[in-house]
Design a protein around this ligand. Sequence first.
Ligand SMILES: Nc1ncnc2c1ncn2[C@@H]1O[C@H](COP(=O)(O)OP(=O)(O)OP(=O)(O)O)[C@@H](O)[C@H]1O
Length: 369
Amino acid sequence: MMLTVSGVSKSFGRTPVLEGVSLAVPQGSRTAIVGASGSGKSTLLRLIAGFEQPDAGSIRLGDRTLAAPGTSVPAHRRDIGYVAQDGALFPHLTVAGNIAFGLPRGRGRTRDARVREVMELSALSPDLADRYPHQLSGGQQQRVALARALAPRPGIILLDEPFSALDTGLREQTRRAVIDALERSGITAVLVTHDQDEALSFGHAIGVMVDGRLAQAGAPDAVFDDPETAEIAAFLGPAVLLPASPGDGCVDCAIGRIPLRHDRSNGAVVGFAMVRPAQIDLSTSADAAELNALVREVRPMGPIAEVSLLAGDTDPVLIDVRVPLHQLNGLRPGSRVAVRVDGGAVFYPADEPLELDRVGDEAPHPVGA
Ligand SMILES: Nc1ncnc2c1ncn2[C@@H]1O[C@H](COP(=O)(O)OP(=O)(O)OP(=O)(O)O)[C@@H](O)[C@H]1O
């Protein structure tokens, strides 16, 4: 069902945690809410689930109002499936018992058939039906939690950091199984995560929370490609931010003139050009005039190396890029390289509080990653 959150605000005591959050999740689509710790994303999910009440605004699921001034449907009547970070399975019930828990009593055969159906949907082998939660891996436990949430055919599934307790390999595998199950069941879903890659790969839309506000929402590739602020750009993935000034559809910065992909300047004449490290190409075999940066450090990291570059003559800027080892081509500290950008830059005005590295800073933090 379609979820509509309109102008929702929430404070705990005197501390505002959510301010005027509006969000629409169309029927059958998946939205990931991503934000730094404390940005309010779990609170938003808990308000939708009915574990907390909003101070202002409304929440609707399909044509039902779940929360609004003077109205609050109790959590267990909201027709919502919830998957918590640790799965929260009942330890004394088997896998089948956990999954059947929320199903109506009565016809045993219908319940058994539904349990089998959602186990298959959640990529759980039928052999696991009689096991207890402690006899399962973390990934299997999360898939049981999903199957249990899906079993009563709720109008929407809410997932609160469901993969964060799993280690890297298992997390990836469980994430794919969960997305696949959600896709095949055609259910509306909202995921909350602090992991950018997880959010960007979850589904049809992403919402970025910053300090209790939904700062930007849209299709994952559109938001990643054109973040509204430099802060969102840096939060969503590695970003290289270069002091720059715009003009004629380009920006001028320490590595020369780069085409402007998106202009977020609002008329500002100084600011920052943002490019992703993956857009940067390094070449040592260019003409002397094109050698626009100096290699300061090369740090091997397994199959890749992190290369720190100094670009610009008058006010050099530190740029960090990651290069596959086989593309290093003898790059070492002191080499001069040509830095080329593929695909253009996004320009942001300089009034944003950004900490850029300058050569000679006492404790340099790379601008890119
Ligand atoms: N029940 C509560 N009482 C008081 N303060 C709360 C309560 N729940 C959350 N907060 C505060 O609200 C803010 C937002 O919390 P929330 O859990 O929504 O953030 P989050 O973005 O999900 O962060 P995290 O990823 O760390 O869980 C935090 O400062 C938190 O301490």
